[in-house]
Design a protein around this ligand. Sequence first.
Ligand code: 13P
Ligand code: SF4
Length: 317
Amino acid sequence: MLKTEIIEKIKKLKQKKNAVLLAHYYQRSEVQDIADFLGDSLQLSQAAAKTKADIIVFAGVYFMAETVKILSPKKKVLIPDLSAGCSLADSCKAEDFKEFIEQNPGYTVISYVNTDASVKALTDICCTSSNALQIVNSLPKDKKIIFGPDRNLGNYIKSLTGRENMLIWDGACHVHEAFSVENIIDFRKQYPQAKVLAHPECKEPVLLLADYIGSTSALLAFSASDNTQTYIVATEPGIIHQMRQKSPKKEFIPASSSNTLSSEVDDSCGACSNCEFMKLITLEKIYDSLLNEQFEVNIEENIRQKAEKSIVKMLNL
Ligand code: 13P
Ligand code: SF4
C-alpha cells in the first residue's frame, strides 16, 4: 500500500471508530505528522486524561500506553507493537523495587513515569523529566526520598536541590547513556558556535558539557526561543523533526553515540542514537492496530488503582 493510502485509511478508521492517535516526540517523522496529539511523556498523559475518544492508539512505548490506560480505564487503549518496551523501565522490576523500599522505611517514593504499572503502584508520587525538580521540591527539605529508576536524572535533581537525603535506584536508559564526553567534544570542535542540548537521562559528564539540559519538550521550547543557529542534540533524534519544523532556518545535529558526524536525521540512521523501541511503531502497524483493535493494554484493577494515585498526585502538583 502507498504511504498516502495508508494515511488516508488511518484517518477514515479514526473517524469511524472515534479514535485518537497520540504520539511521542521520539516517534518516526511520518508517525508524528499524522498524530492528533504529539508531546513528551507528561503532555501525553495529560492529553490522554482529557480526551473524549473511545479508542486511544498510542504511538510510543508500552509504559506510556499503560499510563494512558491507568488514567482512562474505561477507554480502549491500543499499542501497535507489543514489543515496544523500554530499557529504563526494564531496569527496575517491581519485586526488586519493593524490597529496596522495604529495606529503607520512612522514605517517600518518587518514580519517573518510565516504569511498569506495578512499580507505579509502589510509588507515592510519579514524575517525568519535565517536572521532576518541581515534584522533589514540593516535599519538605528534611523528607527522605527514594528516587527511581533513572540514576542520571536522580543525580541531576540531587545536584540541583543539594538534597543529601535522596536514595537513587541504579537504572538507566541505554540510548541516553550511550552519548559520550569524547563524542560531544568532537562535535564541539566541528561546530564551535553550536550549543549542546541534553536530556537529563544522559550521564553526568555529558550533562556538564551541555549548554541546556531539559526534558524533550523543554529542549524543543529552548531551541525555538534561543537565538543560536546550530545545536548539537544529545537525546533521541526523533525530536529533531519538531525542532526543524519550529525553526526551519536553524541547524540541528544529532549527537550520535558513534563518531560519525551526521546532520541528516533519518529514522533508521545508523549513526544516530535512535531508540529502537520507539521506532518499532510504523504507519502500517498503526493501521493494523486500528483495523483489528490490537494490541489492547490491560492492567489488573488493584494495581491500576494504586498506580493511578501516584500519577494523579503528580498531575495535581
Ligand atoms: P520525556 O519525559 O522527556 O518525554 O522522555 C521520555 C523518555 O522516554 C526519555 O527517554
Ligand atoms: Fe526508554 Fe530510553 Fe527509549 Fe526513552 S529512549 S523509551 S527511556 S529506552
